[in-house]
Write a protein that binds this ligand. Structure first.
Ligand code: ATP
Length: 356
Protein backbone atom coordinates (compact mmCIF):
# COMPACT_ATOMS: atom_id res chain seq x y z
CA UNK A 1 0.00 0.00 0.00
CA UNK A 2 1.35 3.42 -0.90
CA UNK A 3 0.14 6.77 0.38
CA UNK A 4 -0.30 9.58 -2.15
CA UNK A 5 -1.45 13.17 -1.59
CA UNK A 6 -4.21 14.61 -3.80
CA UNK A 7 -4.57 18.36 -4.36
CA UNK A 8 -7.42 18.99 -6.76
CA UNK A 9 -6.77 22.64 -7.63
CA UNK A 10 -8.86 25.01 -9.72
CA UNK A 11 -10.60 25.20 -13.10
CA UNK A 12 -10.45 21.79 -14.78
CA UNK A 13 -8.32 20.49 -11.86
CA UNK A 14 -11.08 18.61 -9.99
CA UNK A 15 -12.24 16.87 -13.20
CA UNK A 16 -8.82 15.71 -14.40
CA UNK A 17 -7.57 14.83 -10.91
CA UNK A 18 -10.65 12.72 -10.21
CA UNK A 19 -10.20 10.96 -13.58
CA UNK A 20 -6.56 10.31 -12.70
CA UNK A 21 -7.10 8.95 -9.20
CA UNK A 22 -9.61 6.42 -10.58
CA UNK A 23 -7.11 5.24 -13.19
CA UNK A 24 -4.14 5.12 -10.79
CA UNK A 25 -6.20 3.26 -8.21
CA UNK A 26 -7.19 0.60 -10.72
CA UNK A 27 -3.61 0.19 -11.96
CA UNK A 28 -2.25 -0.09 -8.41
CA UNK A 29 -4.97 -2.56 -7.39
CA UNK A 30 -4.12 -4.69 -10.41
CA UNK A 31 -0.44 -4.55 -9.39
CA UNK A 32 -1.45 -5.70 -5.88
CA UNK A 33 0.01 -2.55 -4.36
CA UNK A 34 -3.05 -0.52 -3.45
CA UNK A 35 -3.18 3.16 -2.61
CA UNK A 36 -4.35 5.28 0.31
CA UNK A 37 -5.27 8.77 -0.91
CA UNK A 38 -4.62 11.79 1.28
CA UNK A 39 -6.92 14.59 0.07
CA UNK A 40 -5.49 18.02 0.88
CA UNK A 41 -7.05 21.48 0.55
CA UNK A 42 -5.44 23.65 -2.15
CA UNK A 43 -6.38 26.56 -4.39
CA UNK A 44 -9.64 28.50 -4.46
CA UNK A 45 -11.46 26.00 -2.26
CA UNK A 46 -8.71 26.39 0.38
CA UNK A 47 -9.02 30.20 0.21
CA UNK A 48 -12.73 29.90 0.97
CA UNK A 49 -12.17 27.43 3.79
CA UNK A 50 -8.81 28.47 5.32
CA UNK A 51 -8.17 31.97 3.96
CA UNK A 52 -5.13 30.93 1.92
CA UNK A 53 -4.56 28.76 -1.20
CA UNK A 54 -1.90 26.62 0.51
CA UNK A 55 -2.96 26.19 4.16
CA UNK A 56 -0.59 24.98 6.88
CA UNK A 57 -2.62 21.81 7.27
CA UNK A 58 -1.71 20.91 3.68
CA UNK A 59 1.99 21.69 4.09
CA UNK A 60 2.24 19.79 7.38
CA UNK A 61 0.76 16.70 5.73
CA UNK A 62 2.93 17.05 2.61
CA UNK A 63 6.01 17.16 4.88
CA UNK A 64 5.41 13.49 5.62
CA UNK A 65 4.59 12.35 2.08
CA UNK A 66 6.97 11.29 -0.68
CA UNK A 67 4.61 11.76 -3.63
CA UNK A 68 1.43 13.56 -4.55
CA UNK A 69 -0.80 14.55 -7.47
CA UNK A 70 -1.66 18.19 -7.91
CA UNK A 71 -4.21 19.84 -10.20
CA UNK A 72 -3.56 23.21 -11.84
CA UNK A 73 -4.20 26.45 -9.95
CA UNK A 74 -5.80 29.58 -11.33
CA UNK A 75 -4.17 32.29 -9.25
CA UNK A 76 -5.07 34.90 -11.88
CA UNK A 77 -8.67 34.35 -10.77
CA UNK A 78 -7.98 34.66 -6.99
CA UNK A 79 -8.87 37.74 -4.94
CA UNK A 80 -6.36 40.61 -5.31
CA UNK A 81 -4.34 39.88 -2.13
CA UNK A 82 -3.35 36.42 -3.43
CA UNK A 83 -2.02 37.67 -6.74
CA UNK A 84 1.47 39.05 -7.41
CA UNK A 85 3.03 36.81 -4.77
CA UNK A 86 4.58 33.35 -5.05
CA UNK A 87 2.05 31.18 -6.88
CA UNK A 88 0.47 28.30 -4.88
CA UNK A 89 2.38 25.75 -6.95
CA UNK A 90 5.52 27.83 -6.42
CA UNK A 91 5.04 27.72 -2.63
CA UNK A 92 5.08 23.92 -2.77
CA UNK A 93 7.95 23.65 -5.27
CA UNK A 94 10.02 26.01 -3.13
CA UNK A 95 9.29 24.40 0.24
CA UNK A 96 10.29 20.95 -1.03
CA UNK A 97 13.03 22.17 -3.36
CA UNK A 98 11.43 20.40 -6.33
CA UNK A 99 14.20 21.64 -8.60
CA UNK A 100 13.67 19.41 -11.63
CA UNK A 101 10.60 19.83 -13.80
CA UNK A 102 10.57 17.01 -16.35
CA UNK A 103 8.23 17.60 -19.30
CA UNK A 104 8.17 14.95 -22.02
CA UNK A 105 6.32 15.54 -25.31
CA UNK A 106 5.54 12.68 -27.63
CA UNK A 107 2.67 12.02 -30.02
CA UNK A 108 1.05 9.05 -28.32
CA UNK A 109 -1.17 7.62 -30.99
CA UNK A 110 -1.66 7.82 -34.73
CA UNK A 111 -5.29 8.63 -34.09
CA UNK A 112 -4.38 11.90 -32.35
CA UNK A 113 -4.05 14.90 -34.61
CA UNK A 114 -0.60 16.42 -33.99
CA UNK A 115 1.37 19.20 -35.69
CA UNK A 116 4.56 17.13 -35.30
CA UNK A 117 3.56 13.46 -35.01
CA UNK A 118 7.23 12.36 -34.83
CA UNK A 119 8.27 14.62 -31.96
CA UNK A 120 9.81 12.82 -28.96
CA UNK A 121 11.55 15.27 -26.64
CA UNK A 122 11.96 15.83 -22.93
CA UNK A 123 12.24 19.37 -21.62
CA UNK A 124 14.26 19.40 -18.39
CA UNK A 125 13.33 22.69 -16.78
CA UNK A 126 15.12 24.26 -13.81
CA UNK A 127 12.36 25.00 -11.34
CA UNK A 128 13.70 27.19 -8.55
CA UNK A 129 15.33 30.31 -10.00
CA UNK A 130 16.06 31.91 -13.41
CA UNK A 131 13.76 34.49 -14.92
CA UNK A 132 10.68 33.60 -12.87
CA UNK A 133 11.08 36.27 -10.24
CA UNK A 134 8.20 35.03 -8.06
CA UNK A 135 10.34 32.21 -6.66
CA UNK A 136 13.94 33.34 -6.86
CA UNK A 137 14.24 35.36 -3.64
CA UNK A 138 14.79 34.08 -0.08
CA UNK A 139 11.89 36.29 1.05
CA UNK A 140 9.31 38.01 -1.12
CA UNK A 141 9.29 38.21 -4.90
CA UNK A 142 11.99 39.55 -7.24
CA UNK A 143 9.62 41.98 -8.94
CA UNK A 144 9.52 45.64 -7.91
CA UNK A 145 7.68 48.80 -8.90
CA UNK A 146 9.73 51.84 -7.82
CA UNK A 147 7.07 54.09 -9.37
CA UNK A 148 3.64 53.41 -10.85
CA UNK A 149 5.19 53.56 -14.32
CA UNK A 150 8.33 51.47 -13.81
CA UNK A 151 8.51 47.72 -13.19
CA UNK A 152 11.70 45.74 -12.54
CA UNK A 153 12.38 42.02 -12.28
CA UNK A 154 15.45 40.24 -10.98
CA UNK A 155 16.74 37.05 -12.60
CA UNK A 156 18.82 34.66 -10.53
CA UNK A 157 21.24 32.07 -11.89
CA UNK A 158 23.47 30.03 -9.58
CA UNK A 159 26.11 27.50 -10.58
CA UNK A 160 24.91 24.95 -8.02
CA UNK A 161 21.30 24.97 -9.29
CA UNK A 162 22.43 24.81 -12.91
CA UNK A 163 24.77 21.90 -12.18
CA UNK A 164 22.07 19.79 -10.57
CA UNK A 165 19.56 20.36 -13.39
CA UNK A 166 22.26 19.67 -15.98
CA UNK A 167 23.07 16.33 -14.30
CA UNK A 168 19.37 15.49 -14.41
CA UNK A 169 19.24 16.27 -18.15
CA UNK A 170 22.33 14.22 -18.98
CA UNK A 171 21.16 11.29 -16.86
CA UNK A 172 17.83 11.26 -18.71
CA UNK A 173 19.53 11.63 -22.11
CA UNK A 174 21.80 8.68 -21.30
CA UNK A 175 18.66 6.49 -21.15
CA UNK A 176 17.29 7.87 -24.43
CA UNK A 177 18.87 9.04 -27.70
CA UNK A 178 21.91 10.54 -25.93
CA UNK A 179 21.62 14.12 -27.00
CA UNK A 180 21.23 17.28 -24.89
CA UNK A 181 20.44 20.74 -26.25
CA UNK A 182 21.06 23.70 -23.94
CA UNK A 183 18.54 26.53 -24.38
CA UNK A 184 20.20 29.93 -23.83
CA UNK A 185 20.24 33.48 -25.17
CA UNK A 186 23.91 34.33 -24.78
CA UNK A 187 23.98 36.96 -27.52
CA UNK A 188 21.83 39.22 -25.33
CA UNK A 189 21.81 37.79 -21.80
CA UNK A 190 25.50 37.04 -21.72
CA UNK A 191 26.08 36.63 -17.99
CA UNK A 192 22.89 34.91 -16.83
CA UNK A 193 22.23 32.53 -19.70
CA UNK A 194 25.99 32.46 -20.35
CA UNK A 195 26.51 30.95 -16.88
CA UNK A 196 23.69 28.52 -17.62
CA UNK A 197 25.21 27.39 -20.94
CA UNK A 198 28.81 27.21 -19.68
CA UNK A 199 27.88 25.30 -16.52
CA UNK A 200 25.83 22.78 -18.54
CA UNK A 201 28.77 22.42 -20.95
CA UNK A 202 31.13 21.72 -18.02
CA UNK A 203 28.75 19.03 -16.69
CA UNK A 204 28.64 17.52 -20.20
CA UNK A 205 32.31 16.52 -19.79
CA UNK A 206 31.18 13.94 -17.24
CA UNK A 207 28.87 12.31 -19.82
CA UNK A 208 31.15 11.59 -22.80
CA UNK A 209 28.55 9.28 -24.39
CA UNK A 210 25.98 12.07 -24.61
CA UNK A 211 26.37 14.69 -27.31
CA UNK A 212 25.69 18.30 -26.38
CA UNK A 213 24.98 21.52 -28.21
CA UNK A 214 23.64 24.96 -27.39
CA UNK A 215 20.89 26.87 -29.20
CA UNK A 216 19.54 30.36 -28.78
CA UNK A 217 16.07 29.88 -27.35
CA UNK A 218 14.33 31.83 -30.12
CA UNK A 219 16.04 29.80 -32.86
CA UNK A 220 15.28 26.66 -30.87
CA UNK A 221 11.54 27.49 -30.90
CA UNK A 222 11.65 27.67 -34.71
CA UNK A 223 13.76 24.51 -35.04
CA UNK A 224 11.37 22.56 -32.81
CA UNK A 225 8.65 23.23 -35.37
CA UNK A 226 10.75 22.75 -38.53
CA UNK A 227 12.98 19.84 -37.40
CA UNK A 228 11.49 18.37 -34.22
CA UNK A 229 13.12 14.97 -34.60
CA UNK A 230 16.58 16.52 -34.19
CA UNK A 231 15.92 17.02 -30.49
CA UNK A 232 16.07 14.54 -27.64
CA UNK A 233 16.54 16.26 -24.25
CA UNK A 234 16.45 20.04 -23.89
CA UNK A 235 17.75 21.63 -20.68
CA UNK A 236 16.44 25.11 -19.93
CA UNK A 237 16.12 27.70 -17.20
CA UNK A 238 12.72 28.17 -15.60
CA UNK A 239 10.88 30.51 -17.98
CA UNK A 240 12.47 29.27 -21.21
CA UNK A 241 11.56 25.73 -20.17
CA UNK A 242 7.98 26.71 -19.36
CA UNK A 243 7.48 28.36 -22.75
CA UNK A 244 9.27 25.68 -24.76
CA UNK A 245 7.28 22.92 -23.08
CA UNK A 246 3.94 24.55 -23.98
CA UNK A 247 5.26 24.60 -27.54
CA UNK A 248 6.37 20.96 -27.53
CA UNK A 249 3.18 19.89 -25.78
CA UNK A 250 1.06 21.51 -28.46
CA UNK A 251 3.31 20.11 -31.23
CA UNK A 252 2.72 16.62 -29.87
CA UNK A 253 -1.07 17.03 -30.00
CA UNK A 254 -2.42 19.35 -27.32
CA UNK A 255 -1.50 20.99 -24.05
CA UNK A 256 -3.92 18.47 -22.63
CA UNK A 257 -1.54 15.65 -23.59
CA UNK A 258 1.62 17.08 -21.98
CA UNK A 259 2.57 15.55 -18.62
CA UNK A 260 5.14 16.74 -16.11
CA UNK A 261 6.84 15.74 -12.90
CA UNK A 262 8.41 18.09 -10.35
CA UNK A 263 11.09 16.31 -8.36
CA UNK A 264 13.78 16.74 -5.73
CA UNK A 265 16.03 13.90 -4.64
CA UNK A 266 13.44 12.75 -2.10
CA UNK A 267 9.96 13.96 -3.14
CA UNK A 268 7.99 14.20 -6.37
CA UNK A 269 4.81 15.92 -7.48
CA UNK A 270 2.78 14.95 -10.55
CA UNK A 271 1.38 18.03 -12.26
CA UNK A 272 0.19 18.46 -15.84
CA UNK A 273 2.14 21.03 -17.89
CA UNK A 274 -1.01 23.00 -18.65
CA UNK A 275 -2.89 25.47 -16.49
CA UNK A 276 -6.40 25.52 -15.03
CA UNK A 277 -8.11 26.27 -18.39
CA UNK A 278 -11.04 28.12 -16.73
CA UNK A 279 -12.64 28.59 -20.17
CA UNK A 280 -13.57 24.89 -20.29
CA UNK A 281 -13.91 24.09 -16.57
CA UNK A 282 -16.92 22.07 -15.46
CA UNK A 283 -17.99 21.19 -19.02
CA UNK A 284 -16.72 17.61 -19.12
CA UNK A 285 -14.46 18.36 -22.12
CA UNK A 286 -11.04 18.65 -20.43
CA UNK A 287 -8.44 16.19 -21.63
CA UNK A 288 -7.23 14.18 -18.62
CA UNK A 289 -4.31 12.55 -20.48
CA UNK A 290 -1.64 15.00 -19.27
CA UNK A 291 -2.70 14.49 -15.66
CA UNK A 292 -2.89 10.68 -16.03
CA UNK A 293 0.55 10.51 -17.65
CA UNK A 294 1.97 12.83 -14.98
CA UNK A 295 0.70 10.38 -12.37
CA UNK A 296 2.33 7.54 -14.33
CA UNK A 297 5.62 9.49 -14.19
CA UNK A 298 5.19 9.75 -10.42
CA UNK A 299 4.59 6.00 -10.07
CA UNK A 300 7.71 5.31 -12.15
CA UNK A 301 9.76 7.78 -10.09
CA UNK A 302 8.56 6.16 -6.85
CA UNK A 303 9.14 2.69 -8.29
CA UNK A 304 12.73 3.47 -9.20
CA UNK A 305 13.37 4.38 -5.56
CA UNK A 306 11.05 2.25 -3.40
CA UNK A 307 11.04 -1.31 -2.14
CA UNK A 308 7.90 -2.28 -4.08
CA UNK A 309 9.61 -0.75 -7.12
CA UNK A 310 8.83 -3.27 -9.79
CA UNK A 311 5.12 -3.25 -9.10
CA UNK A 312 4.99 0.54 -9.22
CA UNK A 313 6.90 0.68 -12.51
CA UNK A 314 4.50 -1.99 -13.81
CA UNK A 315 1.54 0.18 -12.77
CA UNK A 316 3.09 3.19 -14.54
CA UNK A 317 3.52 1.09 -17.70
CA UNK A 318 -0.08 -0.09 -17.40
CA UNK A 319 -1.47 3.46 -17.16
CA UNK A 320 0.57 4.61 -20.19
CA UNK A 321 -0.43 1.56 -22.17
CA UNK A 322 -4.12 1.96 -21.31
CA UNK A 323 -4.11 5.64 -22.31
CA UNK A 324 -2.48 4.76 -25.63
CA UNK A 325 -4.89 1.89 -26.30
CA UNK A 326 -7.85 4.13 -25.59
CA UNK A 327 -6.56 6.77 -28.02
CA UNK A 328 -5.72 4.09 -30.62
CA UNK A 329 -9.31 2.87 -30.34
CA UNK A 330 -10.41 6.31 -31.54
CA UNK A 331 -11.59 7.74 -28.22
CA UNK A 332 -10.31 11.26 -27.51
CA UNK A 333 -11.43 14.64 -26.19
CA UNK A 334 -12.28 17.62 -28.44
CA UNK A 335 -8.89 19.38 -28.03
CA UNK A 336 -7.31 16.57 -30.10
CA UNK A 337 -10.15 16.24 -32.56
CA UNK A 338 -12.36 13.71 -30.76
CA UNK A 339 -15.82 13.98 -29.29
CA UNK A 340 -15.48 12.09 -26.01
CA UNK A 341 -16.08 13.86 -22.72
CA UNK A 342 -13.63 13.65 -19.81
CA UNK A 343 -15.74 10.98 -18.13
CA UNK A 344 -16.26 8.91 -21.27
CA UNK A 345 -12.54 8.98 -22.04
CA UNK A 346 -11.71 8.02 -18.44
CA UNK A 347 -14.14 5.08 -18.63
CA UNK A 348 -12.29 4.00 -21.79
CA UNK A 349 -8.96 4.03 -19.95
CA UNK A 350 -10.46 2.15 -16.99
CA UNK A 351 -11.79 -0.48 -19.37
CA UNK A 352 -8.40 -0.74 -21.08
CA UNK A 353 -6.83 -1.32 -17.65
CA UNK A 354 -9.16 -4.15 -16.79
CA UNK A 355 -7.25 -7.43 -17.09
CA UNK A 356 -8.49 -9.38 -20.13
P1 ATP B 1 -0.95 28.76 -16.89
O1 ATP B 1 -0.30 30.08 -17.06
O2 ATP B 1 -1.57 28.55 -15.54
O3 ATP B 1 -0.08 27.61 -17.35
P2 ATP B 1 -2.23 29.23 -19.38
O4 ATP B 1 -2.71 30.63 -19.45
O5 ATP B 1 -0.94 28.86 -20.04
O6 ATP B 1 -2.21 28.74 -17.87
P3 ATP B 1 -3.78 26.91 -19.84
O7 ATP B 1 -4.80 26.89 -18.78
O8 ATP B 1 -2.60 26.03 -19.70
O9 ATP B 1 -3.38 28.41 -20.04
O10 ATP B 1 -4.43 26.52 -21.22
C1 ATP B 1 -4.55 27.34 -22.36
C2 ATP B 1 -5.73 26.80 -23.15
O11 ATP B 1 -5.46 25.48 -23.63
C3 ATP B 1 -6.97 26.67 -22.27
O12 ATP B 1 -7.69 27.86 -22.26
C4 ATP B 1 -7.71 25.51 -22.90
O13 ATP B 1 -8.58 25.96 -23.90
C5 ATP B 1 -6.58 24.64 -23.48
N1 ATP B 1 -6.26 23.53 -22.57
C6 ATP B 1 -5.34 23.52 -21.59
N2 ATP B 1 -5.34 22.35 -20.94
C7 ATP B 1 -6.30 21.60 -21.51
C8 ATP B 1 -6.82 20.27 -21.28
N3 ATP B 1 -6.34 19.48 -20.31
N4 ATP B 1 -7.81 19.83 -22.07
C9 ATP B 1 -8.30 20.59 -23.06
N5 ATP B 1 -7.89 21.85 -23.32
C10 ATP B 1 -6.89 22.35 -22.57
Amino acid sequence: MIELGVLRGDGIGPEIVSATTQVVERALDAAAVGVRWVPLPFGRQAIDEFGTPVPDVTLERLDGLTGWIIGPHDNAGYPEQFRGTLSPGGVIRKRYNLFANIRPARALSKSVRAVCPDIDVVIVRENTEGFYADRNMYDGAGEFMPTADVALAVAVFTRAAIERIAHEAFRIAATRRRSVTIAHKTNVLTRTTGLFRDTCMAVADQYPDVEVRGEHVDALAALLVSRPTQFDVIVAENMFGDILSDLTGQLSGSLGMAPSLNASDSKAMAQASHGAAPDIAGRDVANPVAMMLSAAMLLRWLGERAGSGRALVGAADAVEHAVRRTLDAGLSTPDVGGSAGTREFTDGVLTALRPT
